[in-house]
Write a protein that binds this ligand. Structure first.
Ligand SMILES: Nc1ncnc2c1ncn2[C@@H]1O[C@H](COP(=O)(O)OP(=O)(O)OP(=O)(O)O)[C@@H](O)[C@H]1O
Length: 580
């Protein structure tokens, strides 16, 4: 028998915006339920709260008795293995082929052999009509196809709770009918409890055993389809008719209360309950549908199974909203979250399996975007230092120390600063943009639901790669800067090569280089963590990602320059200058 999902008193807000409040319903085990509601009423937010991706202010979501809202991380991981989730836009992993996307949960959670995985992936792709697309990347197929791949991936572990966010969006009516048939067949085969969010009224009439409707921040009605499709509840009637006449307006502000409609809806009457989609031939009857019919048969009055929210009562009820934080408190919370991520990264470095491939790929990627800018900045930096020090040493009659002073300045200060610029500006920006894009495409949510830690899988490889690239950059910038200084001093300032080279090691010592490299490691860590933090927490949409990249670069610059100051001060206190 499928899982029971009991939602009780659930309230969710984002800042001062209350999305819905006091939602209570039970998804009957093994049955199919559809959740309806005008755009923006929080249906996707509801699904994400049920799967434990969003935290409500109040209420519980019990999966066979275990509350996912208050569950420990380990319990949440275990619960999530029971979910198959189809996100609104598919949430495929953009860098993986379609085959790898569907195989991903099998690699993560089973010990199946490669041939067994191939067979299962082939089977699911055939179910959604996508045989032959295995080698394509998600970006190379249509939106509707991505959706179907997402459905194949959500089904591959034969989950006992399936959550589908608009399985029909982006699909033509014929494919929508096939997907509906597929969900009924999967339900017949596995007895999974299924919750589907949809705007398709035809699907809403013929697919589910139960229907619920969110409107005006409430669950206005929830119950068996037989009751919902014959109700005179104005919002449900209007929605199922797809009519502009009724309480649902073009926007929330234009939503009207039913008593203001003065009989305008009289011509809208929900008719007979249409026949439900049946399992494909030879599959027998759906266990959930049989239980549903039995519930109706043994309940004297179907209204007993219906949850309604009386209109007036709702308006009086106060809404619980998350505490509003002042700007300094918000800043403190962000700093706390940043530290928590840094700690999480350190812990996850030691978790197995170590992501060698991702780390090497990221190393190569970050190196490729930061080496050239760093090298191009290093030459003029070395030259400016040589110019400044060359002039200064002439003024104080210490030309013989020009080389030594340049080397010291480049190794102690210029290299770490150029490294910081390149690492934050090029490497960090690229990491933040990549993770931000994955976040808004819901890839990160998909990963969490598939029981995989994004910190271990994505953040640790990027942070380690940034640290390694920073060390190499620092070495490279030191060499390029010193050569730049030498060329400039000899060619432009008429210094002699012999004098420059002779004083080379007069002031600098090996500890300078070591400290430069230690700075680089710390800079790499900070840049990687800040970029990942902002990338994983952008505000909505592509603009949010752009803002996150901008903030990540600015914050990293500030932190790196501050750290440079702290480390340099400590170093000069602890290690005496050469010859001092
Ligand atoms: N992470 C978030 N932070 C802030 N607000 C959010 C977040 N996610 C959703 N919202 C807001 O919550 C509201 C409900 O969004 P949701 O996507 O759940 O609506 P929906 O009913 O699924 O809409 P549609 O049918 O158009 O997909 C919207 O106003 C949206 O802007």
């Amino acid at each position: 028998m499928g899982a029971t999902v009991e939602v009780e008193g659930l309230t969710k807000s984002f800042g001062s915006q209350n999305i819905w409040r006091d939602v209570t319903l039970t998804l009957p085990p093994g049955e199919i339920t559809a959740l309806l509601g005008p755009s923006g009423t929080g249906k996707s937010v509801f699904l994400k709260t049920v799967m434990g991706l969003l935290n409500p202010e109040e209420g519980s979501v019990k999966i066979d008795g275990v509350d996912i809202v208050s569950a420990t991380d380990r319990e949440t991981q275990e619960l999530r293995k029971r979910f198959g989730v189809l996100f609104q836009d598919g949430a495929l992993f953009g860098s993986m082929s379609i085959y790898d996307n569907v195989a991903f949960p099998l690699h993560e959670h089973t010990d199946l052999s490669a041939s067994e995985i191939k067979r299962k992936v082939g089977e699911k792709l055939e179910l959604v009509g996508l045989t032959g697309t295995e080698t394509k990347l998600p970006g190379e197929v249509s939106g509707g196809m991505r959706k179907r791949v997402g459905l194949a991936r959500s089904l591959v572990l034969d989950p006992d709770i399936i959550l589908c966010d608009e399985p029909d969006s982006g699909l033509d009516p014929v494919r929508t009918a096939y997907i509906a048939q597929l969900l009924v067949d999967v339900n017949t085969e596995t007895d999974a409890t299924i919750l589907v969010v949809t705007h398709d009224t035809n699907l809403a009439r013929t697919l589910p055993d139960n229907l619920g409707m969110l409107f005006r921040r409430e669950l206005v009605m929830f119950g068996p389809r037989e009751a919902m499709l014959t109700t005179d509840e104005p919002a449900v009637t209007q929605f199922i008719h797809g009519s502009p006449v009724g309480p649902i307006g073009m926007s929330e502000e234009k939503d009207a209360t039913p008593h203001h409609l003065l009989g305008a809806m009289d011509h809208l009457k929900l008719g007979d309950v249409p026949p439900q989609i049946q399992p494909s031939e030879g599959m027998g009857e759906r266990a959930g549908a049989v239980r549903h019919a039995e519930r109706l048969r043994t309940t004297p009055d179907i209204e007993e199974l219906v949850i309604r929210q009386p209109d007036k009562e709702l308006e009086r009820r106060p809404v619980t909203r998350p505490a509003a934080y002042s700007a300094p408190m918000r800043g403190l919370r962000q700093v706390g979250s940043l530290f928590a991520l840094a700690l999480d990264v350190i812990v996850n470095i030691f978790r197995r399996p170590f992501q060698w491939r991702e780390t090497l790929e990221q190393f190569w990627f970050i190196a490729s975007v930061s080496i050239l800018p760093a090298a191009l900045v290093a030459v003029p930096f070395g030259a400016v230092i040589a110019l400044q020090l060359g002039t200064l040493t002439v003024q104080i009659g210490a030309q013989s120390f020009t080389g030594a002073a340049s080397v010291l300045a480049v190794i102690q200060q210029a290299s770490p600063i150029v490294t910081a610029l390149a690492i934050a500006g090029a490497g960090g920006a690229a990491i933040c943009a990549d993770l931000g894009a994955r976040t808004i495409r819901e890839e990160i949510d998909a990963m969490k639901v598939l029981g995989v830690s994004p910190v271990q899988r994505l953040v640790v490889p990027r942070v380690l790669a940034t640290m390694l690239v920073a060390v190499l950059l620092n070495g490279m910038v030191s060499v390029v800067g010193v050569i730049g200084g030498y060329v400039f001093n000899v060619l432009v300032q008429d210094g002699t090569p012999g004098a420059y080279l002779a004083s080379f090691t007069a002031l600098a010592q090996i500890e300078d280089l070591i400290v430069g490299e230690i700075k680089a490691v710390i800079f790499g860590f900070i840049a990687g963590v800040v970029a990942a933090y902002r990338g994983l927490n952008p505000s909505a949409g592509p603009k949010g990602v752009g803002d996150a990249v901008n903030q990540s670069v600015v914050i990293t610059f500030l932190l790196l320059f501050f750290m440079n100051f702290v480390i340099t001060t400590l170093y000069l206190q602890v290690i005496p200058a050469k010859g001092a």
